[in-house]
Write a protein that binds this ligand. Structure first.
Ligand code: FES
Length: 634
């Protein structure tokens, strides 16, 4: 039995089988609905309103919706089963809007060109074009076309034993003759040898292109790189379409195992996301997909598994083992990517289940493993990966900070995008607030840097105590609801969402747990190696904070170690930059493989060390104030 579901205000109607959920219906209709819990019925983000029609509802989860919403006809889309022709309305807050992704490439390493990034490596891309001229065969010298080409390739360029696939080989005879024995070959490094990906008749002067791709859990960014001069020509980013099936890696892993075809669904969504961006870039720059013969992807271990169609289910089950940390080089056609079907796809090596290729890529581009100085690299995101080391050794861990710094689980939390509050000032006496928002947009929420800033300032002026609990404060900005306390940052009239933008006591406790996890992760690495914090020469902070992170505030919060400011550097999202670097330098790719091999992984769930450290870090800034000598307490 089939029913129709109409979505308002889009006016899109689709037909589907009885018994499907409204979230599935929305997916078929191409409308993205938020789903932080992967349709488990626990996050409450997928709420939509049924205007007309009957449905079956799994009531058990109703508790995640406030009563006034239930009374107004709201349901959880993931727990509502279609049983009739139905009309629903999707509120703005439940929509997964496609939005512009901030490229945040104006800071630190991200602002450097690929050429300056090379610094120490040669421009020697993974794929290159070669112009080859041969003598035409004659009756006195009859060797096969392939032998002729191979002989000349070795003679003229020193390239021996090239690989060639059957589809390319089958075109070769014609192309050699069409070009009158002059051809342009596109080669890509495949293991130790080159593979001939393309044979074009004649000598063409077009450049050789590759794609560097950062596959983030939330966003995907594709950079089009001119391999001849090493420059990124353009880049585009968008939401990872997988987000509609859960917005963190765990809920996606659950989806891949709990739904029939769940893995294929997730794989095709990320491929769709990449292809969409690639198509736009190619169209804009008048290129065809056949011209893309190489792609380097960088993502966390789960993202890489999902891209390659490897099952991620054992990543989340003790003892947390991924299928592979070093993925094979595969062909574009194996994945259905918008590129030359014979082109090669490289995936950055991972270290363990929760320290993936994106971190190896970050370690590569920041050159931690090329330096003598002891560097601490921290990615302040959901997984909270931390790397410590130098040219001789590297150790890493993932402290599961949770999505709070990316705005997840925070009432008005948002990722770094236009209108996100990224800086907060609070007057000591009057508690009046001044905020800075990204690109000066009207305030729509608070991003990671804003949250850090806000809590540090609230503590400084005495609105909250060291545990994050609200104190008696004379300010109309402090409001008490039946189950929480709030501090209003931007009043309804001035905000971009038509309501007050505030931070609540629960939000603050959530951030304190996240910051506690990060600091405990750092301490666990140091203690495991019996190193003192002062020995760290450099601290690199990665994470999607937009353009700004106030380090002194992060120290005041107890998120980052109390070390001189000059030791700190904000490096932003380094995953993409590392992929760009690998694309244009074979040596740097080798180094990435070395990093993958040399980095040790510390499993924090083994033993009590991490838990002990975590409990101590649940204060502002810490239980042990000797660790934060420069932080003055009120
Ligand atoms: S409650 Fe429906 S997706 Fe989380």
């Amino acid at each position: 039995m089939k029913y129709s579901v109409t979505f308002l205000p889009d006016q899109i109607t689709i037909e589907l089988e009885a018994g499907k959920t409204l979230i599935q219906a929305a997916n078929y209709a191409g409308i993205g609905i938020k789903s932080s819990c992967g349709s488990e019925g626990t996050c409450g983000r997928c709420k939509i309103r049924v205007i007309e029609g009957n449905y079956q509802y799994d009531n058990k989860f109703n508790c995640t919706l406030p009563k006034k919403h239930r009374d107004a006809g709201y349901v959880l889309a993931c727990k509502t089963f279609v049983e009739d022709n139905i009309i629903v309305q999707i509120p703005t807050e439940s929509r997964l809007e496609a939005h512009q992704v901030l490229m945040d490439d104006k800071v630190g390493i991200l602002a450097e060109t690929n050429i300056s990034l090379l610094n120490g490596y040669n421009l020697n891309p993974l794929s290159k074009k070669i112009k080859l001229s041969m003598d035409a065969p004659n009756l006195t010298e009859i060797i096969s076309d392939l032998s002729r080409l191979e002989t000349e390739l070795a003679k003229q360029f020193g390239i021996k034993n090239p690989k060639i696939s059957l589809p390319v080989l089958s075109q070769m005879a014609e192309n050699l003759r069409k070009g009158n024995w002059q051809v342009t070959l596109t080669l890509a490094l495949n293991g130790k040898d080159y593979e001939i990906i393309r044979i074009d008749p004649g000598h063409d002067d077009k450049s050789c292109y590759g794609l560097a791709i950062d596959i983030g859990t939330t966003t995907v960014v594709v950079s089009l790189v001119d391999l001849e001069n090493g420059r990124s020509i353009d880049k585009m980013g968008t939401y990872n379409r997988q987000a509609k099936l859960g917005d963190d890696v765990v809920s996606r892993m659950i989806h891949s195992s709990s739904e029939e075809n769940g893995l294929q669904e997730l794989q095709s969504l990320v491929i769709k996301t990449i292809n969409e961006l690639t198509s736009k870039l190619l169209e804009k720059h008048h290129l065809t997909s056949d011209e893309i013969c190489i792609m380097v992807t960088s993502g966390n271990t789960t993202m890489t598994h999902l891209l390659l169609g490897l099952h991620p289910k054992y990543i989340r089950l003790e003892p947390y083992v991924p299928t592979a940390t070093f993925a094979p080089i595969v062909k574009g056609k194996d994945l259905g990517l918008q590129m030359n079907p014979e082109g090669l796809v490289y995936s950055f090596p991972a270290v363990a289940s929760y320290v993936g290729g994106d971190i190896v890529s970050g370690a590569l581009v920041t050159k931690i493993s090329n330096k003598e100085e002891l560097t601490l690299f921290i990615d302040i995101g959901t997984n909270g990966e931390i790397v410590l080391g130098n040219q001789d050794w590297l150790i890493s861990c993932a402290c599961s900070a949770g999505p709070a710094f990316e705005g997840g689980g925070i009432t008005h939390g948002t990722r770094a995008m236009k209108g996100a509050i990224e800086r907060v000032e609070i007057d000591n006496e009057t508690f009046e607030v001044k905020v800075n928002t990204i690109e000066s947009g009207k305030a729509i929420g608070i991003c990671g840097s804003g949250l850090i800033d806000c809590i540090a300032k609230m503590h400084q002026v005495g609105i909250i105590d060291r545990t994050g609990t609200f104190q008696d404060t004379e300010s109309q900005r402090v409001q008490i609801t039946h189950d929480d306390k709030l501090f209003v940052l931007v009043w309804k009239g001035e905000s971009g969402i038509g309501k007050d933008v505030y931070i609540s006591e629960n939000d603050i406790k959530n951030i304190i747990r996240s910051k506690g996890a990060v600091f405990a992760g750092i301490q666990s690495l140091l203690k495991t190696l019996q190193l003192e914090i002062e020995l760290i020469d450099k601290i690199l902070i990665a994470g999607g904070f937009g353009n700004y992170l106030n380090i002194p505030d992060a120290v005041r919060l107890g998120l980052l170690p109390d070390l001189p400011l000059e030791k700190y550097e904000f490096v932003g999202n380094t995953s993409l930059k590392g992929a760009e670097l690998a694309l244009i330098s074979q040596e740097s790719w080798k180094q990435a493989e070395n990093i993958g091999k040399m980095m040790t992984y510390l499993e924090l769930s083994v033993g009590n060390l991490f838990m002990d450290e975590f409990m101590q870090a649940l204060f502002l800034p810490h239980t042990d104030l000797r660790l934060f000598p420069s932080v003055e307490l009120r």
